[in-house]
Design a protein around this ligand. Structure first.
Ligand code: CA
Length: 229
């Protein structure tokens, strides 16, 4: 089935160029000229990925990304942000808003399609096989086992769930509250400090394999799992 890609961009010429490239790559483009139109399109049918322009009239791309991440129905949709060169400094706020990747304008459609495919591969890595890989780490989902290279990792049940969540959403930053929600199911009896405790345990578990650096603290925001230090 072809992937449905929502293009949120106010410049019709860019929208058309991207739509043309998507069709050629056998993907199905859907257009939205602003955040409102994007929300209408998403309510109609959840896309496989969103290409989101940073500078939009009305609600900005960044604000829309934040909103989508807060809604459980849309929190998992991969987002690639389209930014102008000067907006590159704001990369950090975009990553904090949960954006999966960036493409800086002007971009070649060939580069854009490659990035879209990479993000789709990464975010849908679990599709069917139940196996996830980030760097030297691998999770065998059905067997509930974690491997560092060829070595089996002994891991506690909470750390396993935490790691599984991180590996299914690699490179994305999550706040403590979001992790509580996603990994602990939003139990009101659990304190946000619990997250820190389990992050520490997870790092300790990965330390003998020199993979503890994959679990990264993002100052003032939360945590992420990244294949790059
Ligand atoms: Ca724009």
């Amino acid at each position: 089935m072809s992937k449905r890609i929502l293009i949120v961009e106010d410049e019709a010429s860019i929208r058309d160029m991207v739509a043309f490239a998507l069709r050629r790559a056998e993907m199905e483009p859907v257009h939205a000229a602003d955040a409102h139109a994007a929300l209408v399109a998403i309510a109609d049918r959840v896309p496989d990925l969103i290409l989101l322009d940073w500078m939009l009239p009305g609600l900005s791309g960044l604000e829309l990304a934040r909103r989508l991440r807060q809604d459980p129905r849309t929190a998992e949709i991969p987002i690639i942000m389209l930014t102008a060169r000067g907006e590159e400094v704001d990369r950090v706020s975009g990553l904090e808003a949960g954006v999966d990747d960036y493409v800086v304008k002007p971009f070649s459609t060939r580069e854009l399609i490659a990035r879209i495919k990479a993000v789709l591969r990464r975010t849908q890595a679990d599709g069917g096989t139940g196996s996830l890989e980030v760097g030297a780490l691998r999770i065998d989902g059905p067997a509930h086992r974690v491997y560092a290279g060829d070595a089996k990792v002994e891991i506690g049940p909470t750390e396993y769930r935490l790691l599984h969540f991180f590996m299914s959403h690699a490179e994305r930053v999550y706040s403590r509250a979001q992790l509580l929600d996603q990994v602990w199911g939003g139990s009101v009896y659990i304190d946000e400090r619990t997250v820190d405790v389990h992050i520490r345990r997870l790092r300790k578990t990965l330390e003998p394999f020199a993979l503890d650096g994959l679990v990264q603290t993002v100052r003032g925001t939360g945590y992420r799992l990244s294949a790059t230090p």
